[in-house]
Write a new protein. Sequence first.
Length: 110
Amino acid sequence: MKRFTVRVQLHTKEGRQYELDSDTYKVLHAEMEDLGFTKTIQSAKGKTHDLPSAEYNYISSDDSITRHDILGAAKGAGKATGVNFSILVNPIADVGRCWYNLDETEESED
């Protein structure tokens, strides 16, 4: 299983960052979700935590998937916003990730 953490930062032509709750980010979030990216990560104890703003998680059972494949997918989502963007893709090593003070995801009541 391969895991990636991806950050997509939206910004104007002048280089200013968009507000993280803007409609433009809503477009990005929807596009990333459609591609299989999530805004959460799961601990070894099974608890789900929210990632920081503008960060995404991607998990694939396809061992041939590369960081360049993930970058290409994220670029497609970024282009759908119609604004400038920057992307950072981090493959996760076998030892996993560690974090501090991420909010535990609230369970939705359907």
